[in-house]
Design a protein around this ligand. Structure first.
Ligand SMILES: [Zn+2]
Ligand SMILES: [Zn+2]
Length: 361
């Protein structure tokens, strides 16, 4: 028998789809208004009609494809090594004192590529998913799971935006903005005709008018949202991190994951340019560990500048993290990013004490 409450949970989950349905209905209506009422019914010039329809359909397909991907890409689960083993779970349950629990968690975290802490300096642990949270991972109460590189939970896609679908979300914003701008621009002259009585008195004129209002209004709000997320990508911050800087062992550092604009962009969109504009997954890394200029995690990478000596960085720490080889793409990002990222840091000053020490000596 299903546990009590599961049916009401399911009902609530159905309600979560209402914003997606709302957007889908608007998009479906805009398709009808543009294709049928504007292009087929109102535009008389055949050449203009074909060009309008062709460009429109390219944008429409890219927009719907990226929206679909943002909605239906399931968040990835943190790797198995971040989940507590059965003996560790039992050990943790037996301990009542918070300090002892933290001691156990610190011991487990020692073998993992985890560099961030809670604001109070504790190991980040999710007691619902029973795992040590990878860097940039947060528990989403709406999805009831830990989301890798969580950006935010978006009701308009009824999904969490995070490592698995952030590129799709960016493309969704970009293509929906282009779609709205294109509809606004091509509808403009017919919208003017509406007010100058240049359109025949059919129902098409009302579709043309509302299409212009809807597309121009959405253009403005999408432009702000897209610009904000472009800024976040360039800075390598999630929305959550923009509001609260991730805390490292030396303290909070809002630029902790930044590797310079170029590498930050590549971390989300990948190395291969041919995939940048397509809503197919091409982000770098596994979502559980992220290269950072603050620590050297790969002993095989000798190119760290002296200011990045981890022994300086972890002065005062009770333990050091073991070096863990990064994936090739991550190592490349880290290497490439160091010169660019450091220049960036030097220009604006830095909150990294390791770099501050370096400057003073
Ligand atoms: Zn969780
Ligand atoms: Zn969520």
């Amino acid at each position: 028998m299903a546990p009590s409450g599961s049916r009401s949970d399911d009902c609530w989950r159905v309600l979560y789809w209402i914003p997606v349905l709302f957007i889908s209905l608007i998009v479906a209506w805009s398709y009808y208004a543009y294709v049928v009422q504007l292009c087929i019914e109102s535009i008389e010039n055949m050449g203009e009609k074909i060009v309008y329809l062709l460009v429109y359909h390219v944008l429409f397909i890219m927009f719907v494809w990226s929206y679909w991907q943002t909605i239906f890409t399931k968040p990835m689960n943190p790797l198995k090594e971040f989940h507590l083993s059965h003996p560790d779970k039992e050990l943790l349950e037996r301990e009542d004192r918070r300090e002892s629990q933290q001691e156990i968690l610190r011991r487990i975290a020692k073998d993992l590529p985890i560099y961030t802490r809670t604001m109070s300096g504790a190991v980040r642990y999710c007691d619902r998913c029973l795992l040590l949270k990878p860097d940039r991972c947060h528990h989403c109460s709406a999805c009831d799971m830990c989301i890798l590189k969580m950006d935010h939970h978006c009701p308009w896609v009824n999904n969490c935006v995070g490592f698995a679908n952030y590129k799709f979300f960016m493309l969704f914003l970009a293509y929906s903005l282009l779609y709205c701008l294109y509809v606004t621009a091509t509808d403009l002259q017919y919208f003017i005709k509406f007010w100058t009585n240049g359109l025949p008195d059919t129902q098409a004129k009302f579709h043309i008018m509302f299409l212009f209002f809807a597309a121009s209004t959405f253009s403005v709000s999408l432009a702000f949202l897209f610009a904000y997320h472009c800024w976040l990508v360039c800075k390598n911050r999630s929305t959550l991190e923009a509001f609260r800087a991730p805390a490292f062992q030396h303290g909070p550092d809002k630029n902790g994951f930044s590797l310079g604009t170029n590498n930050n962009f590549r971390q989300v969109f990948g190395e291969e340019k041919k995939y940048w504009l397509l809503p197919v997954f091409s982000s770098l890394g596994d979502g559980c560990s992220f290269p950072t200029c603050l620590v050297n995690r790969d002993p095989e990478q000798p190119s760290l500048p002296p200011g990045h000596n981890p022994s300086i960085k972890s002065a005062g720490e009770s333990h050091q993290f073991p070096p863990k080889p990064l994936r090739e793409s991550q190592s490349r990002l880290l290497n490439n990013g160091q010169s660019e990222g450091n220049e960036d840091r030097d220009k604006r000053g830095t909150s990294n004490p390791a770099l501050t020490i370096e400057k003073e000596t």
